[in-house]
Every structure is written in C-alpha cells, then in structure tokens.
Design a protein around this ligand. Structure first.
Ligand SMILES: O=P(O)(O)O[C@@H]1[C@@H](OP(=O)(O)O)[C@H](OP(=O)(O)O)[C@H](O)[C@H](OP(=O)(O)O)[C@H]1OP(=O)(O)O
Ligand SMILES: Nc1ncnc2c1ncn2[C@@H]1O[C@H](COP(=O)(O)OP(=O)(O)OP(=O)(O)O)[C@@H](O)[C@H]1O
Length: 491
C-alpha cells in the first residue's frame, strides 16, 4: 500500500465494534482498522501508535503462539495522510449504525492497522475473481467456571452467555433471548454444534455475520435491525451450495440451503491441524467445568426426554475452537477469585507506581510476557508475582472470550488440484476454505473492576428474575413446549 497516495473513494465502510472501525479497499484484499474513542477522550498520536503496536506485538508473540501461525493475522501499523483519514471519516459516517456513534473514529493521529481482508480469503494483495462467502462467528465463552472461588452456585450450572442474554434483553440491547449457547458450539458434538449454528442464524445479534464477496448480507447491526430473513439469505447462498440449480425455490429450498451451510460450517470448525502451543495450557480433567449449560434449550430438551447429559468436549485438538477454548480457560480463578489478586497488584502499584513498566501492565507484549502466561499454578503464595501472573492470564482469557472466527469459503471446481487450501465438500459442491481469528486486542488491565461489577450484575439479574420465575412456572411450561422435543437431524 502506498500510504502517500491514498484516495478515500477507493475505500468503503466494512464494519465496527465497540473499539474499532474497519474500512475495506474496493479492489485489493486489505482493510484498515482504526481505533475509536468517546468524543472527549482523545489520546495523543504517540499513545495511539503504541496502542496499535501493542496489538500487533500481542498477536505475534502471544496469540500466534497459542492459536497457531495460520489462524492469526497481525497486520502492521501504517501512518496515513490526515487529510485522507478526515475525508474517509466523513464519507463513511452515514453508514455507521446509530448505536455505534457514541464513539468517534480517531482522525487525529493518522495511525491505523493494515490487515488482510479476512472476508475475502487470505490472498493479501489482490481480490480473487471467484465468489466468496464468509461467515463470522463471535462464539464467546465456551466453558462454565470451575473455580472454587465462585460464590453463586448458578455460575456452575448456567453459562455466562446464557445468563447475560436476559440482562441484554432487559436493557434493550437485543429484542429476544437467543437459543444459542456457546457450550453447544464448543461441544464438538455435531448435533449440538448444528443446533448452536442454527440458533445463531435465527438470532444473530452480534455473534454472527455473513458476507458475500466482502459485502454484509446477513447479521444485525443493533436491536432495531429487521428480523432475519432466511429466504433472502437462501437466495444469496443457493448459487454456492446448489450451483447447477435443480432446486425449486420456496421453504423447502430455504431449508436445504441453510442445512448445507450449517453442515459446511460445522465441518470447517472441526477441521484443522495447524500447530500452536495451546496444548501447553491443557489443564487436568478435574478442572473442566460441566459439559452442558442448564439454560441451553438443547440440553433442556435432552433432560426433558430423559436422555443422558452429553459427553465432555469432543473437539479435535488441532481445531481453532479447541485452541480458543484452551486460551479462554486461562481464566482459572473466575473473576471472583481474580479480583482480590487484582487488588493486590493495585495496592502494590499505588505504593510503587514506577513499577508499572517493569510489571509489563501496558506491554511490551513480548516473549517474556508470553512465557509467564504458561504458569498454571493456582497455589497463592501471597506474592505480587503470583497475583500479576493470574491478572495477565485473565486478560488473555478475556480476549479469547471476545474474539471472532472468520470462515471464508470459495467454491472450487470438482477437479481443482492446484488450490493449496483445504477443501470442504457439501452435497453438491466443494469449497476451498480458510479460518482466521480477529479482534485479538488484549483486554485492558483497567477493565477488571468493570468485569467484576458486571459479573455480579449478570448473575443477580438472572437469579432475581429468570431463575425465580423458572422455579415456579418453567417446569410446567416446558413440558408443554414444543422446544421440549428437538428434532435432531443426522449431520
Ligand atoms: O462483557 P461482554 O461479554 O458483554 O463482552 C463485550 C462485548 O459485548 P457482547 O456481550 O459480546 O455483546 C462488546 O461487544 P459489543 O460492543 O456489544 O458488540 C465488546 O466486544 C466488549 O469488548 P471491548 O470492551 O470493546 O473490548 C466486550 O467486553 P469484554 O468483557 O470482552 O471486555
Ligand atoms: N481483518 C479483517 N478483515 C475483514 N473484516 C474485518 C477484519 N477485522 C475486522 N473486521 C470486521 O470489522 C468488525 C469490527 O472489528 P473488531 O471486531 O475488530 O472491532 P472491535 O471494536 O475491536 O470489536 P469489539 O466490539 O469486540 O471490541 C468485525 O466484526 C469484522 O466484521
């Protein structure tokens, strides 16, 4: 990219989250990722450069080690002409969802991250001419805390995502409770994964997006987004999954196309032999939480039908979901056990503020930082060193709980042999695919008190409202509900 000759007309709005905004180049397979800030909390250019460089270093030295070379794209920090950034910001403003406009794109520093456009496969510089389908999933936390520091029994039964759903609906973030439960997706059991993916398709929230040739075709921007339209989605997907047609339109076609999509995504998620050192994190079997979340409609249904609890995670060790889960499980103590350790570090820093640098709270995220993350001991010897290791592990775990997985699928000819990428078959076609992770920005040290408060809020809300109601009406209602008999298809 020639940073000297930037033209805002060559770039278009691609998407954004809470902390960054992404624009994509119209022809080349690159995106620019800018930081966003609340209007009156601007940072200096130097701070922004350092923040972006930390993101790159953390990706290179930590996440690539844990998740594997091929899944992680760190990109590079680029300096752009300020005029270009200002014009670009004006150009894209009208496309931003209202709910994200509480923060402004950083137009003052001129710094951004330049990354491959993961919605258009991994060819870094030039767009492929083949059509490309890309599914982005933000799977969230895939396990139930196993820490003995957990004080609310409910946290050992219902996963954080399922509990949080109720608070999110109550505060108007989303309109309805999703049937998606991360534990189903991370189960490695094809039927549970199938159910999880279909639930995401029914209620995408910010956990699922689908792009066709780099354009968003499915997924909601905020609670005001129109309801998901499967027939429209199937219309987009039909040429990918049933290229030679022969399938009439209508509900039957829609179901068939969605089924194919879910099967292909399940297969891709279970694939992978990429190397990574997440295995170094594997904790003993006793440390694994229960394999199901009691709030998942899938497991409720099994219980209702008198069937056994599904087995523990059957994810293949090479797959990205497995590795991501291992990193998430660096949260060994749960926020309840971690918070007092954070306070210990805080007290130390209050006394010795100059030590913040030595403790690598704000980086550098180098090899030494990575090595310290591998110490999984939970024996507290009362030292600041122990507290710091757990704090840093927690931050990394939280990062893995909030990252997204991008799956890019490109149809390939039956006899294609030149394609170096792995292939996934569907009933009527085959796809070259790639899997990547995005949003691997290390969670800030400062967010720990917020996490602590939010955790209490989520659990208390769930206990007060949902569970109390559950206890009285749920058992009766569920017996009558059609949810009780899930139809399990062969996958
Ligand atoms: O706390 P959670 O689980 O709600 O996660 C936040 C996400 O909400 P979600 O529940 O996925 O809708 C939230 O996503 P949205 O802004 O709601 O799309 C952010 O990803 C936030 O991370 P950060 O503060 O921007 O670094 C996320 O905060 P972290 O907890 O990961 O710091
Ligand atoms: N390299 C990339 N290629 C293609 N699309 C990308 C890339 N990076 C980000 N995106 C898109 O931009 C969106 C926002 O990016 P990202 O998730 O990194 O933002 P964020 O503000 O850090 O998120 P969060 O709200 O989780 O903090 C993503 O959901 C994804 O659709």
């Amino acid at each position: 990219m020639d940073e000297g000759k930037m033209d805002e007309n060559e770039w278009g709005y691609h998407g954004e989250g809470n902390k960054s905004l992404v624009v994509a180049h119209a022809q080349r397979c690159v995106v620019l990722r800018f930081l966003k800030f609340p209007p009156n909390r601007k940072k200096t250019s130097e701070e922004i450069f350092q923040h972006l460089q930390n993101i790159v270093d953390f990706g290179k030295n930590v996440m690539k080690e844990f998740l594997g070379e091929n899944y992680v794209h760190c990109g590079e920090v680029v300096q752009l002409p300020l005029d270009f950034v200002k014009q670009l910001c004006l150009k894209i403003q009208c496309e931003r969802p209202e709910s994200r406009c509480d923060k402004d794109l950083d137009t003052l520093s001129g710094y951004a991250l330049c990354l491959p456009n993961l919605a258009r496969l991994q060819t870094y510089h030039f767009a492929e001419h083949r059509p490309i389908l890309c599914v982005e999933i933000k799977p969230k936390c895939g396990f139930i805390p196993f820490s003995s520091d957990v004080t609310h029994e409910m946290k050992h039964k219902v996963c954080r995502y399922c509990m949080h759903q109720h608070l999110k609906v109550a505060t108007g973030k989303w309109k309805q409770i999703s049937k998606y439960c991360p534990l189903d997706l991370y189960s490695g059991n094809k039927q549970r994964m199938y159910f999880a993916l279909k639930s995401l398709l029914q209620e995408a929230q910010n956990n699922l997006k689908i792009f066709k040739n780099g354009e968003l075709i499915y997924g909601c921007k905020d609670a005001r987004s129109p309801v998901a339209d499967w027939s429209e989605l199937a219309h987009h997907l039909k040429p990918f999954f049933f290229p030679s047609n022969g399938l009439a339109s209508g509900p039957h076609c829609t179901r068939a196309v969605i089924r194919e999509l879910v099967r292909v995504i399940t297969r891709v998620l279970l694939s992978g032999s990429d190397k990574g050192r997440a295995g170094a994190l594997r904790s003993g079997p006793g440390l694994w939480g229960p394999p199901v979340c009691e709030a998942s409609p899938f497991s409720r249904s099994l219980r209702c039908q008198g069937k056994n609890t599904p087995e523990r995670s059957g994810l293949p060790k090479g797959c990205l979901l497995y590795k991501t889960l291992q990193v998430q499980m660096l949260d060994l103590l749960d926020i309840e056990g971690l918070y007092p350790l954070y306070r210990r570090v805080e007290r130390y820093l209050e006394e010795f503020p100059e030590e913040r640098k030595t403790l690598q709270i704000d980086g550098p995220y180098d090899e030494a930082f990575y090595q310290r993350l591998l110490d999984l001991s939970t024996e507290d010897d009362g030292t600041v060193a122990f507290a710091l290791t757990k704090v840093q592990q927690y931050r990394v775990a939280m990062t893995a709980k909030d990252c997204s997985i991008m799956i890019a699928l490109s149809p390939c000819l039956q006899d294609a042999s030149s394609d170096q990428r792995p292939i996934v078959p569907s009933s009527r076609s085959r796809f070259a695919f790639s899997v990547s992770v995005l949003d691997l920005d290390l969670k800030p040290y400062e967010s720990i008190p917020h996490q602590y408060k939010l955790d209490g809020k989520i659990v208390n809300y769930y206990l007060k409202t949902v569970h109390a109601k559950d206890a009285t009406v749920m058992s009766a209602r569920f017996k009558e509900s059609e949810d009780c008999t899930l139809v399990l298809h062969k996958v």
